[in-house]
Design a protein around this ligand. Structure first.
Ligand code: F6R
Length: 366
């Protein structure tokens, strides 16, 4: 069932273009340029009328939530908070019946996320689930929701579930923004067109697998990594660092690129690899100057750039190119090379990537 791949994780990384098409299937109409979600059709007023969204999740699902916050705030102009389910449930949080809580969980069985849902329900919030496993405990506990439909995820490190979660969040944010009259007709159709192109763009990124495998070898004995990104790329940096920690057991930290100078830059020397997501964006020049600061301290830079980049290419030790994408959809393509990087480093280190030590696929105890 690994389809000829040596590990489930690699198979699931390669499955992403197909999974993302499945996730959009029946929801995105490429000809009409429209999106539908049955949950939004059924609960239009409740969702479009929310005063605030609170997103809860753990681990990778929490990282998807950080991207969801940016998507919902930019398309819907409603405040969004993102909470670790474990912190939220024990903090006596302020929740009201005007809030919509979005619970994100691949397995649908994570104990803390389920408890957060129960608590929010008691306080009268409306609960929207984003799960993969159909009929799971969290899916059953919610008022409505959208499955990510990416198929069973076997590798303990989450890959296709993450991009599936981000896709559902993008569809939800766009659709609600349209319902609320905040997203213009033009932006709506443009974004839908951008979504439709994502599977093809993911395939283009996957073509760089052997390049990534080649330079990953250089990092087999690294002891630390820093991952940097800004805006939509910041949660991608956190997720890239988590993937590396989980399967290679190398210490890695993700930071917003501009926070470097507030502390972590002290760590940078010739032994410190720094992964920078530096795709074209309004903040490109700022990220470029962060890379200059790292190179001035002899750090080794692996940069994820937009195809056609010339400036960062001159500075970085290794470059991975992404096809040009709408900025809000960047995480869907930019997370793939970081999954591959973590995978190859872990394989060179001889680790069991599908069953990393100390981790379980679903965390049903707190
Ligand atoms: C990371 C990973 C974990 C899960 C977390 C939440 O690769 O797999 O961090 O994301 O345990 O799990 P779910 O999404 O099943 O609630």
């Amino acid at each position: 069932e690994k389809n000829g791949f040596p590990h489930f994780m690699l198979k699931e990384i390669y499955d992403q273009p197909g999974c993302i098409s499945d996730c959009m299937g029946g929801r995105v109409n490429p000809d009409a340029g429209t999106v539908t979600l049955s949950a939004v059709s059924n609960f239009k007023e409740r969702l479009a009328g929310a005063h605030r969204f609170i997103i809860v999740g753990c681990g990778t699902s929490w990282h998807a939530g950080l991207i969801g916050k940016q998507l919902i705030e930019s398309f819907c102009r409603v405040p969004v908070e993102v909470e670790y389910a474990s912190e939220f449930r024990y903090r006596n949080p302020v929740i009201s019946s005007d809030d919509v809580v979005i619970a994100i969980s691949q397995s649908g069985e994570t104990a803390d996320t389920l408890a957060a849902v129960e608590l929010a329900k008691e306080k009268g919030a409306f609960i929207y689930g984003i799960c993969n496993v159909v009929g799971s405990s969290i899916a059953r506990a919610t008022d409505t929701g959208s499955y990510i439909h990416v198929g069973p995820e076997i590798g303990v490190a989450s890959t296709k579930a993450f991009t599936g979660q981000v896709m559902v969040l993008a569809l939800l944010a766009l659709l609600l923004g349209k319902e609320k009259g905040i997203v213009s007709e033009e932006e709506y159709h443009q974004t839908v067109a951008g979504l439709v192109e994502i599977p093809g763009k993911m395939r283009e990124v996957l073509k760089q697998d052997s390049l990534i495998a080649d330079f990953s070898k250089m990092f087999t004995y690294a002891r630390n990594f820093i991952y940097l990104g800004r805006g939509y790329a910041f949660p991608v940096a956190l997720e890239g660092a988590l993937k590396l920690k989980e399967i290679s057991y190398i210490h890695a930290e993700g930071y917003p690129a501009a926070e470097m100078k507030h502390g972590p830059i002290a760590l940078v020397d010739a032994e410190m690899p720094v992964v920078v997501i530096a795709a074209q964006s309004a903040l490109y020049d700022k990220v470029l100057s962060n890379i200059q600061e790292i190179k001035a301290r002899k750090g080794r830079v692996i940069a994820v750039v937009t195809r056609g980049d010339t400036e960062i290419k001159k500075l970085a030790d290794y470059c991975i190119e992404l096809p040009d994408t709408l900025e809000c959809l960047l995480p869907l393509v930019a997370s793939i090379p970081l999954q591959l990087l973590a995978y190859h480093i872990a394989v060179y280190r001889g680790m069991d990537v599908d069953q990393p030590r100390n981790l379980a696929k679903s965390v049903t105890v707190e």
